[in-house]
Design a protein around this ligand. Structure first.
Ligand code: GLY
Length: 574
C-alpha cells in the first residue's frame, strides 16, 4: 500500500469508526473460517440457467456427451457469443468462479480484457478536456484485448473432460447453420444501428441489406464460425496468433485503434483466490479484484452480520441494507483496480473490525447523506453483460459472468473474423479526476495502463450451506453487486431459485444519493417510512438478468431459474 493510500485508509477507518473498533494491522483477510467448505454429496443430475435457451441447451448437449460443468460452461459462453452478442462474446471477457467437486477447490478464473500497450488516455479526451464518450464506447479505441477465447481454452485445458472442439461444437453449428435472433437481439441492433453503420464489417454482419435482420429470419455468420473453428483446432494459437490475430490487428489499426500483434500474443488468463467469508452459517465465495463486486458484497455482508435483520420490519431492514451498500460503494470507487498493478487495502476492506466501525456510523432510523461520508467519485460500469450458473451431476459448479460491456460492445466487427469487439476500455477511469478532500485522485487505482485489466462489477458467486447451496450472478452494471447481494440474502432467507430470480430489486451506490427502486419492490407504508428516514426513492426500469441454480442437499434436488423479466432465458434441470 502506498503511503498516501495507507494514510487515506487509516483516516477513513478512524473517521467512520469514531476511533473505536478499527484495527489497522493484522486483521484476518476475511471473516472466520466458514462452517461449510464444500457440498458433501453429488447431486446425480445437472442444471443450467442462462440468458438464452440455445445456450442452456448447448450446455446440456455437452453434458450429455460426457462433459462436466466446465465443458458445459465453454458451450454456454461460446453459444452466447453467437446468439446473444449484445451482451458477451469472444471479442470480450469473462470472470468465472469454479468449484471442483473432486478436491473441493474454489478458484476464480480471470479472463478480463487488458489495455493495449499503446493505450493513451488522451484518446478519450476532447480538446477541451471533457470526456470523449464516442471514443470510449464506440469503435476500436474502446476495445480492450479480448480475454474470452483464452478463458475458454483455459477452462478446457485445466478443468474440462472433453476436447475444446467438442465443447465449441454447438456454437460453431449455430454460427454456420444459422438461428433465429430473439426480440432482445433485434432491439439491440435497432438501438445501435447508427453506430453499426459506421463500420463496413459491422454493417455486413448486423444489417444485412442495410437493415436489422427481419423477425423470424434465419441469421448466419460463417466468418464467426470459421474463427471459432480455428480456436477449436488450435487453442490460443488459433486466436491470439496467426490468421485471426492478423485480421484483428489489421482491422483495428485501419480504423484508428491501437492494438498490436504483441498485445494479442501477450494476453494471459489469471487464476486468483476468490474472496470468501462466513455469513449466518453460509460460506459466501465471490469475485476478487479486478472485480469490485466481491469486495463490496463482503463489506456489506460483514456490516449486516452485526444486525438481526429477521427481527426488523421491511423499512428498517431495507434502511440498514441501503446504509451498508452506501458505505461499501464509497470504498470501492476509490481503492480497487487490477491487483497486478495496484496495491489495495483488502485486509482492511474485508476485515470484520472495519465493518464494525462502519456499522457504528449507521443510525437506526435516519439515512446518512452520502455527502457526509468522505468524498469519492462514482463510476458507472456498463449494463449489457450476461451471467450463467451450472451445477453438474458430480457437484462441480460454475458461476460465470461474461461481457462486451455496453449493448453490442464497441459495435466494431473486425473484417473477416465475425468478432464483435468489446468497449471495455470505458470501465477504466479514463479521465483523471480532480483531487478529492484528501488530496488524492479518487480513481487512480483504475487508471488505464498498458496490459492492465479494467475494474469490473461482475460478481459470480456461490453460497454454500449445510443444507442448501446456490450458484448465483447477474448482469446489470453497478447494480450487479446489489442484485447478487439481494439474491444471496433471499437464498439465505430460504427462497427457491425461481423466487430469487424474480425478486423485486432496489439499489444504492453512494452517488447519486438515492435508492433506485423497481416498481412494486416496497409497499406504500415501507416507501413512506424510508422517505421519512431521509431516503430518496427513484424508480428505475432496467434491472439485470439473474440466472441461478440451487441445490438442496437434504433432497438432493437441483433447481434452475432464469430471470422472468427476460423471456429468452432458460433454467433447466437435466
Ligand atoms: N462491463 C461491465 C463490468 O465489467 O462490470
Amino acid at each position: 500500500m502506498s503511503f498516501s493510500l495507507h494514510r487515506r485508509a487509516l483516516l477513513l477507518g478512524l473517521l467512520l469508526a469514531g476511533g473505536g473498533a478499527f484495527a489497522a494491522d493484522g486483521p484476518p483477510h476475511s471473516a472466520p473460517a466458514a462452517t461449510m467448505t464444500s457440498p458433501a454429496q453429488r447431486p446425480g443430475h445437472a442444471a443450467i440457467a442462462s440468458a438464452n435457451f440455445q445456450a442452456t441447451n448447448a450446455g446440456l448437449e455437452v453434458l450429455s456427451k460426457g462433459g462436466n460443468a466446465f465443458d458445459a460452461a465453454i458451450a454456454v459462453a461460446s453459444t452466447l457469443s453467437v446468439v446473444e452478442p449484445e451482451s458477451s462474446g469472444i471479442g470480450g471477457g469473462f470472470m468465472a468462479l469454479l468449484h471442483r467437486a473432486a478436491d473441493g477447490r474454489d478458484v476464480f478464473v480471470d479472463a478480463r480484457e487488458t489495455a493495449p500497450a499503446a493505450v493513451d488516455s488522451k484518446d478519450y479526451l476532447n480538446p477541451d478536456g471533457s470526456p470523449n464518450r464516442d471514443h470510449s464506447l464506440n469503435g476500436p479505441l474502446s476495445a480492450g484485448i479480448p480475454g474470452e477465447p483464452a478463458g475458454l481454452v483455459w477452462l478446457a485445458q485445466h478443468y474440462g473432460k472433453l476436447p475444446l472442439k467438442a465443447s465449441l461444437a454447438p456454437a460453431i453449428r449455430l454460427a454456420r447453420d444459422g438461428f433465429t435472433p430473439d426480440a432482445r437481439l433485434l432491439g439491440a441492433i435497432a438501438d445501435r444501428q447508427k453506430e453499426l453503420q459506421r463500420w463496413p464489417a459491422s454493417a455486413a454482419k448486423f444489417l444485412p441489406g442495410g437493415q436489422p435482420p427481419a423477425a423470424g429470419a434465419v441469421w448466419r455468420d460463417p466468418a464467426q464460425a470459421h474463427t471459432l473453428e480455428l480456436l477449436a483446432e488450435q487453442g490460443d494459437q488459433g486466436f491470439y496468433h496467426g490468421e485471426t490475430a492478423a485480421k484483428l490487428v489489421k482491422a483495428v489499426q485501419a480504423a484508428g485503434g491501437r492494438w498490436s500483434a504483441a498485445d494479442l500474443a501477450a494476453y494471459r488468463v489469471k487464476e486468483r483466490t476468490p474472496i470468501s467469508l462466513d455469513y449466518r452459517g453460509y460460506k459466501i465465495v465471490t469475485a476478487p479484484p479486478p472485480s469490485s463486486g466481491g469486495v463490496a458484497i463482503a463489506e456489506i455482508l460483514n456490516i449486516l452480520s452485526g444486525f438481526d435483520l429477521d427481527k426488523l420490519d421491511q423499512a428498517h431492514r431495507v434502511h440498514l441494507v441501503v446504509e451498508a451498500m452506501r458505505r461499501a460503494f464509497r470504498d470501492h470507487n476509490d481503492y480497487l483496480g487490477d491487483p497486478d498493478f495496484v496495491k489495495m487495502p483488502l485486509d482492511m476492506l474485508l476485515s470484520p473490525y472495519y465493518a464494525d466501525g462502519l456499522r457504528q456510523t449507521i443510525l437506526p432510523d435516519k439515512a446518512t447523506p452520502s455527502s457526509m461520508l468522505p468524498m469519492s467519485t462514482a463510476r458507472d460500469p456498463g449494463m449489457h453483460t450476461t451471467h450463467f450458473s451450472i451445477i453438474d451431476a458430480d457437484g462441480n459448479m460454475a458461476s460465470i459472468t461474461s461481457t462486451v460491456n455496453y449493448v453490442l460492445g464497441s459495435t466494431f466487427v473486425a473484417e473477416g473474423t465475425g468478432v464483435l469487439l468489446n468497449d471495455e476500455m470505458d470501465d477504466f477511469a479514463l479521465v483523471p479526476d480532480k483531487p478529492n478532500v484528501y488530496g488524492l485522485l479518487g480513481s487512480e487505482a483504475n487508471a488505464p495502463k498498458p496490459g492492465k485489466r479494467m475494474l469490473s462489477s461482475m460478481s459470480p458467486s456461490f453460497v454454500i450451506g449445510k443444507e442448501r447451496t446456490a450458484v448465483i450472478g447477474s448482469p446489470g452494471g453497478s447494480t450487479i453487486i446489489t442484485q447478487v447481494l439481494e439474491g444471496i440474502l433471499a437464498f439465505i432467507d430460504g427462497e427457491d431459485a425461481g423466487a430469487i430470480a424474480a425478486h423485486k430489486r432496489f439499489h444504492h451506490q453512494y452517488m447519486p444519493d438515492e435508492i433506485a427502486v423497481e416498481q412494486g419492490v416496497f409497499d406504500p407504508a415501507t416507501a413512506d417510512a424510508l422517505t421519512k428516514m431521509g431516503h430518496t426513492l427513484k424508480p428505475r426500469e432496467a434491472w439485470g438478468f439473474m440466472n441461478v441454480v440451487t441445490w438442496d442437499h437434504r433432497s438432493n434436488k437441483l433447481e434452475a431459474a432464469s430471470d422472468p423479466r427476460r423471456p429468452s432465458g432458460l433454467g433447466k434441470v437435466q
